[in-house]
Write a protein that binds this ligand. Structure first.
Ligand SMILES: Nc1ncnc2c1ncn2[C@@H]1O[C@H](COP(=O)(O)OP(=O)(O)O)[C@@H](O)[C@H]1O
Ligand SMILES: [Mg+2]
Length: 141
């Protein structure tokens, strides 16, 4: 089921990420969709902080993935993936992504770049720009 989008400022978007984090009990994949600057990494950082990840949370733009060992529910790993720079889904396979989708809690920016590697049961979060520069339209699963 997809809920209608909600108009949110940054604090509200971060609060939504925290609430979502609080509902997750095990491995799951969340696709973070939306254009450059929409707030995908902002959402991911709030989500990761909700699981206790400390400090400045880097963007995986250049590394493709940042793995937070054991920070997920019941001690599973959290993977923050940014597929923006991938040329083809095959490039991602050596990273161990397929296993991560089974075993870990995964947040994936630019999921379209991973094509059919994205599991069928992945959930989709969509962030769109709104008229006001500091507002976004957020659609949660
Ligand atoms: N309502 C909002 N929700 C999320 N981010 C916002 C909002 N308003 C302004 N911003 C800003 O937009 C930028 C989003 O950047 P980022 O999260 O890196 O986007 P993306 O990962 O989608 O490219 C940040 O600088 C953030 O402070
Ligand atoms: Mg980003």
């Amino acid at each position: 089921m997809t809920l209608p989008d909600t108009l949110v400022n940054q604090a509200q978007l971060e609060a939504a990420a925290q609430r979502l984090a609080g509902r997750i009990l095990g491995p799951a994949t969340f696709c973070l969709e939306g254009p450059l600057g929409a707030g995908k990494s902002t959402f991911a950082r709030a989500f990761l902080r909700a699981f206790g990840v400390p400090g400045d949370i880097p963007s995986p733009t250049f590394t493709l993935v940042e793995v937070y060992d054991g920070y997920g529910p019941n001690g599973i790993d959290i993977w923050h993936v940014d597929a923006y720079r991938l040329i083809s889904p095959q490039e991602a396979e050596p990273l161990g992504l397929i296993e991560a989708f089974d075993m870990a809690l995964c947040l994936v920016e630019w999921p379209d770049k991973l094509g059919s590697l994205i599991p069928d049961d992945a959930m989709h979060i969509h962030i769109a720009h709104a008229e006001a520069a500091d507002m976004r339209r957020l659609t949660l699963p």
